[in-house]
Write a protein that binds this ligand. Structure first.
Ligand SMILES: [Zn+2]
Ligand SMILES: [Zn+2]
Length: 236
């Protein structure tokens, strides 16, 4: 699915929610509840983006359930998506070909930091600089080598755990690579420690962008749209 560049966004393009989890994994709501909420909030489109791994077996049935439920919502465009993590800095994804083939939208995420010894690094043991650099390198692999549509929550692990903005140079480079690869960068205000700084960079570099709240509750659906509207993002 091809997304637009930041400066091409219209007010209508903001009216979407492209990062949602259901009860199938760690979200709290059913597919029907989520679609009803999206419709009630006037969203034009939504993507259900469940966590998947290579060995996930429930996805075909789940994707069919999403598409069946969507039939009841004529004014809402419903996409089947997934969120999958980077397994290394070469862009290897934790996803099967079968799952990918069933998705309209694939989010690639940095969730864990793989270590040399096939385990994961303990991020509490990393200096801030090493933490940020490791997350950046994993994100670069996703952007340049993985078949994804969106880099989800760039710098998100760092911002959540270290409670400060992701280094601006890293963000700028990530956005510049998006311009070349046409992989979208997620604007996800639930992770950003400096929303205005991030949007300013978006305006300067003009990457491809996706809008998602990483909603795990009904309350969170459309939250990122609301923040962007309040900041007057998007052309009239
Ligand atoms: Zn994630
Ligand atoms: Zn997520």
């Amino acid at each position: 699915m091809q997304l637009k560049r930041y400066l091409e966004l219209t007010a209508d393009d903001l009216n979407v929610e492209y990062h949602v989890h259901t009860k199938q994994t760690d979200g709290q709501s059913t597919i029907a509840e989520i679609l009803e909420t999206a419709q009630a909030r006037g969203l034009a489109a939504i993507a259900i983006t469940e966590h998947v791994r290579k060995d996930t077996t429930w996805f075909p049935e789940f994707a069919a359930d999403v598409r069946a439920a969507a039939q009841g919502f004529q004014n809402l465009v419903v996409y089947v998506g997934c969120e999958t993590k980077a397994l290394d800095t070469a862009g290897t994804l934790d996803i099967s070909g079968d799952i990918r083939a069933r998705c309209d939208l694939v989010l690639g995420s940095v969730h864990r930091f793989p270590s040399e010894s096939a385990g994961y690094l303990d991020w509490d043991q990393l200096y801030d600089t090493a933490f940020a650099r490791t997350e950046y390198e994993l994100a670069l692999g996703l952007l340049t080598s993985a078949r994804i549509d969106v880099l989800a929550h760039p710098g998100g692990m760092y911002q959540r755990r270290r409670k400060q903005p992701f280094p601006e140079d890293y963000l700028r480079n990530i956005m510049m690579i998006s311009v070349k690869t046409a992989v979208a960068i997620e604007i996800n205000t639930s992770y950003l420690r400096d929303v205005d700084g991030f949007l300013k960079l978006c305006a300067a570099v003009n990457p491809y962008v996706s809008i998602g709240s990483d909603a795990h509750t009904l309350e969170a659906i459309g939250q990122c749209r609301n923040v962007l509207r309040s900041k007057k993002v998007g052309r009239a």
